[in-house]
Design a protein around this ligand. Structure first.
Ligand code: AMP
Length: 576
């Protein structure tokens, strides 16, 4: 099926947009046997699914004459899980149906409900909304679904996950039996099958996942880092790629807020999207990204669901996604509609196994790399600067006049250097990362016999080899919780279930007090018991030594994922 076979108002809109060929999911819904039928479609975001359901509902919207009838009540209803997605869907449907003269009304939580009621009263051909707000309008009598011809559940799996089952059922029950039900879902778990069974009739099943993978244009990379260096790695990745738009994913609102503040402090133009932002803040953030006033967005999974920014070419999983599906959803913000994208996972090294398993499960091949170094970033900057400054430019009179004045004062070389300098000054500085190579680690673990460690106190912590104890995460943890530096920690001896380490006697009191203050029963790492030990390590023979011990690196018992190394990347408590 070609777009040219569509009614002219649709094919013209698509042509103006520059869409020449249907994507696989669009081609599938336009097949003859799908016409007029219920559809159950597994298509990922980025596959062109919004236009696909837009096209699929064309026959339901058009009257006998092939044109839009004056709207009594909406003929089509699209329900999406989040405000952003609903707004995005309505934007797509507005341009797609502009030539047909369709009225599209959006009803989403966080927007002015009375304005929405007025819009609905004024007449709508298509209504797009989020489940809760649509249900409100329905219950208050503002939304009349009695003339509905087609209903679309977009990202249905996500809506059920978010607890919208009841709202969806209430809305579906208020529609005529004769309506078409188009169910779009990235995954098809049992609750989706149950929903389909109850509300669909002999649905045509369409799957474009698998054959053409939704994410074929995404290059995956995994970067191993020390947990304390995650933010620095993010800075360097952003600076290395200099993507037109980049999206960074964190697991919680607190972490979004913290990373947003950190990046802002370092000079990045960045916005945050999470559940703690009001609708108008979120709209501003999205607008700033679209206008390219900002280039980086830090977001939680839910807040970024379904977002489509055509210039987005870099996704960074700042915190490991909870499962392969989340990995794909997040990564699918890039590599959309045939464009190329990069998705980078930042992996604290004690989590590497877990991530390898997740990638295998999702059949994704990732390249394991080190975080870009400042040298690599500067080399890239040079390339980019040369490229940008050597691009042909048209100068106007005023430019030339200023150039002549500059040349009268300075040499051409000085002027060029000043230009380069001013470009460079706008770029945030790369961070020095602690090298993560085996050699660098061995170096860091060398004999720690040195001044200040003549008189030491032993401390004991309740993790050992069996819990994945490793100086690489223990050291940063001790510094963070005990408010001391790495240089103030002496020998570390790792036993089966416990680890001993030395602290100079003159700071042991201050260290112990800081440990007590920072203990936090809600946090996996901050729960670990650390206490002074009068006896010190008893079983030296089995312990790994950092102090004058054998030259090999400490043995790390890598048994399973999710051990205490999995601390979130920041430690500040939210202030509110
Ligand atoms: P979606 O999967 O609906 O989020 O769409 C992803 C992106 O692909 C959106 O920006 C669409 O406008 C765009 N798109 C949809 N259909 C086509 C097409 N046939 N050709 C090129 N891009 C498209």
């Amino acid at each position: 099926m070609n777009f040219s076979d569509l009614p002219p108002f649709l094919s013209e809109a698509l042509a103006e947009r520059g869409y020449a060929q249907p994507t696989p999911v669009q081609a599938a819904v336009l097949e003859d046997h799908a016409g007029g039928r219920d559809l159950i479609v597994s298509a990922q975001t980025g596959s062109g699914k919004t236009v696909a359901f837009g096209l699929a509902m064309a026959d339901d919207l058009l009257g006998e004459a092939g044109t839009l009838e004056p709207a009594d009540g909406p003929a089509a209803l699209v329900i999406a899980p989040t405000r952003e997605l609903a707004l995005q869907v309505s934007r797509e449907l507005i341009w797609l149906y502009a030539k047909a003269g369709a009225r599209v009304v959006t009803c989403v939580g966080g927007m002015d409900p009375s304005k929405e009621r007025r819009n609905l009263a004024h007449g709508a051909h298509i209504v797009v909304g989020t489940p809760g707000r649509l249900r409100d309008h329905l219950e208050r009598g503002a939304l009349d679904l009695s003339a509905l011809k087609a209903i679309v559940l977009d990202e249905a799996d996500e809506m059920l996950d978010m607890g919208f089952r009841e709202d969806l059922e209430e809305i579906l029950d208020a529609t005529p039996e004769s309506r078409r039900t188009l169910l779009f879902s990235a995954t098809m778990p049992r609750p989706i099958a149950e929903l389909a069974k109850r509300y669909q009739r002999e649905a045509v099943r369409i799957s474009t996942i698998g054959g053409e993978r939704g994410h074929g244009d995404i290059a995956y990379q995994a970067v191993t880092v020390s947990p304390s260096e995650i933010e620095n790695a993010v800075v360097n990745l952003l600076r290395f790629h200099e993507a037109e738009t980049a999206m960074l994913f964190c697991a919680t609102r607190d972490n979004v807020r913290h990373l947003h503040a950190t990046l802002q402090e370092r000079g990045f133009a960045v916005v945050a999207l999470s559940g703690e932002h009001s609708q108008s803040e979120r709209n501003h953030a999205m607008q700033a990204l679209r206008d390219r006033r900002v280039r980086v967005c830090v977001a939680t999974d839910v807040a970024a669901r379904g977002i489509d920014l055509p210039t987005l070419s870099l996704v960074i999983h700042v915190e490991i996604p909870r499962d392969a599906e989340t990995l794909q959803h997040r990564s699918g913000r890039t590599g959309r509609a045939g464009k190329k994208g990069t998705a980078v996972l930042i992996v604290p090294y004690q989590r590497r196994r877990r991530v390898e398993g997740m990638l295998r499960g999702a059949r994704i091949e990732a390249e394991w790399i080190e975080a870009p170094t400042p040298q690599m970033i500067r080399a890239k900057d040079r390339e980019r600067l040369l490229g940008a400054l050597l691009e042909p430019v048209e100068f106007d009179e005023e430019d030339r006049e200023l150039a002549t004045r500059l040349l009268a004062e300075r040499s051409p070389e000085d002027i060029a250097a000043a230009l380069v300098r001013s470009h460079r000054a706008s770029l945030p500085q790369p961070e020095d990362l602690i090298a993560n190579t085996p050699e660098a680690r061995r170096e860091a673990q060398k004999d720690r016999h040195r001044a200040g460690f003549e008189d030491v106190v032993w401390f004991r912590m309740e993790v050992g080899r069996r819990q994945n104890a490793d100086p690489r995460w223990i050291l940063p943890l001790l510094c963070r919780r005990g408010h001391i530096t790495r240089n103030e920690i002496g020998a570390i001896r790792i036993g089966g279930n416990e680890t001993y380490f030395q602290v100079p006697r003159q700071i042991a009191g201050k260290f112990g007090a800081a440990l007590a203050r920072t203990a936090n029963s809600e946090d996996e790492q901050d729960r670990i018991l650390i206490e002074q030990s009068a006896a010190g390590p008893r079983d030296d023979a089995r312990a790994n030594r950092r102090n004058g011990g054998p030259p090999h690196a400490p043995r790390v018992h890598r048994k399973g994922p999710g051990k205490p190394g999995g601390k979130p990347f920041h430690k500040r408590k939210p202030r509110d």
